[in-house]
Write a protein that binds this ligand. Structure first.
Ligand code: NAD
Length: 430
């Protein structure tokens, strides 16, 4: 099939490369010429395992990128993979996806025949049918349900494992009220369904929109619940990981997402829990559980810093921050727990020395004043304390390197480091 994708960020680039790998002909449209050039040169504009290889194989052949919306005219279906960022009050800002829908609609005026537009971005229920569909219909001059069809196909990939997640999904959710759109989407995903046997959830547009928020809200709340329990464990000197291992054996609970620690960050859990809480309030419902999940998450960095305060006054001292990305495997620092940790250290007058294998350049834009080093050893050298923020393999492997610190205080937010003689070790929940 011929597929166009508007937006070539973490989602758009990954799905474009994966669709090309599935045998489709794909064009990525993005307003950023640098991103377009990078994709066309066969390289990935983001750090994502496996993506460079896919782009190297398919760029210039099954996959091309362009800044020109006219490229959609040769395709049967367009996916909108555009940012839906949070406003100040947590609600989603749909202005970017609305503007893209407008441009797409104007472009589709020149297309004879049917076109399917599918929302990939995470949007609050009714956004596709009540906001985007009318924009597309008015701008294109086409008629909804006749030669213009809309659908919603939420994306569940996780940064750091995005390619594997997309190519081996837990589920494929196809939300639409149009038989034509449903058939097109089944054709798009057929190679993946045949290869993996992934279950397909055929549903309505609003259900598809809500499934994404329900999924992320549930997982965010699960992590916050184990962090709540972990914080109680710490007060009693109980090892929260032994507790989690035991409760995870209960198949009603399951073992995944039970690693208590610094909490969640990234572009999805914080934004999506905030958006669905704001939307619920707008409907007159108080989402108490999701409110509490957010509050517990917001408190974990302060708890980490208070454990540091028990052992060392860091004013004018070098403090190593190990890991900057919101989780291993990505260079994404959006809502990373490293941000409040660095702010807390700065408020204490510490000299922050940061290490991350891939995310330092992104964090430098936010904190240009702190020192970034190329190795954990350089960060630990003469430091009075180390805070473990992201459990990258090169950080979990550290051991003798802590001996180069001036006072070996290690406060671990991710259960990355083994407790041993010779270091003063504090685990956040163990
Ligand atoms: P992103 O910020 O990484 O990428 C968005 C891209 O859109 C950028 O390259 C930008 O240049 C481009 N863009 C902006 N305006 C444009 C326009 N008018 N026309 C064409 N291109 C334009 O965003 P992302 O992380 O890929 O997220 C996209 C959506 O997918 C969001 O709704 C997000 O919530 C959702 N989502 C993200 C993830 C994730 O892990 N990042 C997972 C699932 C769902």
């Amino acid at each position: 099939m011929r597929i166009s994708i508007i937006g070539s960020g973490y989602v758009g680039t990954t799905i474009a490369a994966c669709f090309a790998d599935m045998g489709h002909e794909v064009v990525n449209v993005d307003v950023d010429a640098e991103i377009v050039n990078t994709i066309n040169s066969g390289r990935s504009p983001i750090h994502e395992p496996g993506l460079d290889e896919l782009l190297e194989n398919h760029s210039g052949e099954a996959l091309t990128a362009t800044t020109d919306y006219d490229a959609v005219l040769d395709t049967e279906v367009t996916f909108l993979a555009l940012p839906t960022p949070a406003r100040e009050d947590g609600s989603i800002d749909t202005s970017i996806i609305e503007a893209a829908a407008e441009t797409l609609g104007e472009t589709l005026q020149a297309k004879d025949g049917d076109h399917v537009v599918t929302t990939k971005s995470t949007v609050i229920p009714t956004t596709t049918s009540e906001t985007l569909a009318p924009i597309l219909e008015a701008a294109s001059g086409k008629t909804l349900g006749e030669d213009l069809h809309v659908a919603m196909n939420p994306e569940f990939l996780r940064e750091g494992t995005a390619v594997d997640d997309f190519l081996d999904p837990d589920k494929i959710v196809l939300g639409t009220d149009s038989d034509a759109a449903r058939k097109t989407l089944h054709d798009v995903f057929e190679p993946l369904i045949a290869e993996t046997g992934a279950p397909v959830v055929d549903t309505g547009i609003e259900e598809a929109e809500m499934i994404k928020y329900a999924n992320n809200g549930f997982l965010a709340a699960k992590v916050s619940l184990i962090n709540d329990i972990g914080n109680i464990c710490k007060e009693y000197g109980v090892d929260a990981y032994e507790v989690a291992d035991a409760i995870g054996l209960d198949d009603r609970i399951s073992a995944r997402f039970l690693r208590s620690g610094l909490g969640w960050g990234g572009s999805c859990f914080p934004k999506d829990t905030a958006a669905i809480r704001a939307a619920a309030r707008e409907q007159g419902y108080e989402p108490l559980m999701l409110d509490a999940a957010t509050e517990i998450n917001d408190r974990q960095p302060a708890r980490l810093l208070s454990l540091l305060d028990r052992h060392v006054d860091v004013a004018d001292e070098r403090v190593a921050v190990l890991g900057l990305s919101f989780k291993p495997g990505t260079d994404d620092i959006r809502n990373s727990r490293a941000i409040p940790v660095i702010e807390g250290l700065q408020a204490r007058g510490a000299t922050v020395v940061a290490y991350d294998p891939v995310a330092a350049d992104n964090m430098r834009k936010q904190f240009p004043e702190i020192e970034y080093v190329d190795s954990p050893e350089a960060a630990l050298d003469s430091a009075s304390a180390a805070l473990v923020v992201t459990d990258w393999p090169e950080i979990t492997a550290l051991d003798a390197e802590f001996d180069a610190m001036s006072t070996p205080v290690v406060v671990d937010g991710r259960r990355a480091i083994d407790r041993r003689d010779g270091i003063v070790y504090e685990g956040l929940t163990w």
